[in-house]
Design a protein around this ligand. Structure first.
Ligand SMILES: [Zn+2]
Length: 252
């Protein structure tokens, strides 16, 4: 095994951790946006409940006005009855009065319905307002938790980065370069175990001499997979190259 392998494995482990911490941190703003979106739903519910109430208040006013108008008309017709001269005119007035009273009764029925609708709408405003207050509290708590967790993740990330720097400082620059290039190509994965003469990174068969060098105790030459470019390391438990007794090697 190449002497840099244990350090590179450490480096890989730390880099994996850093990547997963970064991915976790990246989700925080989205989670905060999602929480805020829930709040905007509750806000919209209050607005539409208030709109509905305002509409009912407006139609109630209109009906109220109609009732007053019909009452005044009926009053006027009644006053006229004392002054009529003919029987027909009297009958016509009675007919007008009956009609006005019918309209008043109709409008009063409408008023009753509208009153109940207004009560319902008022209740709805109160309910949506209470739901909004509750949402605000829940979401404020959620936000705080997301922010606290993000701070915690950030602390870990900074610690890992300094660990990474310490490890990287011990790796010869040339090797670090090979590592970085391989990692760039494979979403951060720079190392691959060599098992049964195969690269575990890409699954391709390794040249027998490459495989042997990977397992050589005094190996000073870093081996990379010809196909994927990953740095090869001996797997644990070690499967040292057999002298032809390896079944997979024999079948190849
Ligand atoms: Zn490979």
């Amino acid at each position: 095994m190449h002497p840099a392998i244990p350090l590179l494995l450490e480096l890989q482990k730390t880099d994996n951790e850093i990547a997963s911490l970064r991915a976790n941190l990246d989700t925080a703003p989205k989670r905060i946006r999602e929480a805020d979106a829930k709040l905007s739903g509750a806000r919209a519910a209050v607005v539409s409940a208030k709109d509905a109430l305002a509409q009912i208040v407006a139609v109630r006013k209109k009906t109220e006005f109609e009732v007053t108008e019909w009452r005044e008309r009926a009053k006027k017709f009644r006053a006229q009855t004392a002054a009529v001269k003919t029987n027909e005119a009297y009958k016509a007035l009675l007919h007008e009065i009956a009609n006005a009273e019918m309209e008043i009764a109709k409008a009063e029925d409408t008023q009753l319905e509208q009153m109940m609708a207004a009560e319902e709408a008022e209740k709805n405003v109160k309910t949506t307002e209470a739901a909004l207050r509750e949402s605000e509290q829940t979401i404020a708590a959620e936000r705080k938790e997301i922010e606290n967790r993000a701070r915690e993740v950030n602390r870990k990330l900074l610690a890992d980065i300094s660990v990474r720097d310490r490890i990287a400082a011990q790796v010869p620059e040339k090797i670090l370069d090979v590592y970085s290039r391989a990692a760039k190509r494979h979403h951060g994965v720079a190392l691959a175990a060599a098992v049964n003469e195969q690269c575990r990174g890409c699954g391709m068969r390794l040249l027998p001499h490459v495989y042997q060098v990977v397992y050589k105790p005094e190996n000073l030459e870093l081996q990379t997979c010809e196909t994927c470019g990953c740095i090869l390391y001996p797997s644990e438990p070690a499967t040292p190259p057999s002298s032809g007794a390896n079944p997979s090697a024999a079948s190849a």
